[in-house]
Design a protein. Structure first.
Length: 271
């Protein structure tokens, strides 16, 4: 298990790797298309290998599940995680990175007994390092991260909504009568969760994110006092078990606002 001292070491390793492997390649790297249609760059691969080597050195009992591994290997690791399992997205926001857009992050979580116990999300452009330990709190650059003033109604809220992965009926409902004050979509799931925790937005909806996208950031939100970030399906079921399948993510800065958001989404789907 990871304690606060080890979390600081983990953050140091992630920061150094991102500076060396990501920032040195930013705006000067090409990309390839993977079988699932997403992009991969030399930076993704270099950072994953760098952190795999360093994590093995410091925590030899924990295996690593990385986004850039083969699916069969990922499934095997999640099925038999052993004493603990790192879950890494070496470059969350690869499309932004490849296009020269300065919004991307490294996301790393530790899974033990089917739960995320520790998480680090690092934005090297802004030098913002979010960290969290289950039951012990969340931090931004070593300062406690506590949810700030939060709106009480949807109409007062800033939302992060990824329209690309939503059902057409819901997209049309949002276009016709969006319930929130304003809406954004930035292109990095891990940072979406952390910005919600920081209070930079108050609502969240994403129609398909994977374990390495949400594991660390969702813990940051939970430990900051936010509404916890629900993984759900559109029938209203809340999904708890870890899975490699894409998940719908709905979140809000507090539980009452989350219920309003879920009710509105349900109505939008029924139109």
């Amino acid at each position: 298990m990871i304690d606060t001292h080890q979390l600081q070491l983990l953050q140091h390793l992630v920061r150094a790797a991102a500076r060396d492997e990501l920032l040195t390649r930013f705006e000067s790297v090409g990309s390839d298309i993977k079988a699932d249609g997403t992009l991969v760059t030399a930076a993704d691969l270099a950072l994953q290998q760098r952190l795999q080597d360093e994590l093995t050195t410091h925590w030899p009992n924990y295996a690593l599940l990385g986004e850039e591994m083969r699916t069969a290997e990922q499934e095997g690791l999640l099925a038999e995680p052993g004493r603990g399992l790192w879950c890494l997205d070496p470059l969350d926001g690869t499309s932004n990175f490849a296009a020269g857009i300065p919004f991307f992050a490294v996301s790393l979580a530790l899974l033990v007994d089917g739960k995320v116990q520790a998480g680090v999300v690092y934005d090297p452009v802004r030098e913002e390092c979010f960290g969290a330990l289950r039951g012990q709190g969340a931090w931004l650059n070593e300062r406690s991260l506590i949810a700030s003033a939060r709106p009480s109604t949807l109409s007062e809220a800033m939302a992060i909504v990824d329209l690309k992965r939503l059902p057409e009926r819901l997209i049309m409902a949002i276009a016709r009568r969006s319930p929130f004050r304003s809406q954004r979509s930035f292109g990095s799931v891990a940072l979406d969760w952390c910005w919600l925790a920081r209070g930079r937005c108050h609502l969240y909806l994403h129609g398909g994110q994977r374990l390495w996208d949400y594991a660390a950031g969702r813990l940051v939100l939970e430990e900051s006092g936010g509404a916890g970030g629900v993984l759900a399906d559109y029938s209203g079921d809340w999904l708890a078990a870890l899975s490699l399948r894409p998940r719908i993510a709905m979140a809000a800065s507090h539980s009452a606002l989350l219920q309003q958001w879920r009710d509105w989404v349900s109505e939008g789907l029924s139109e």
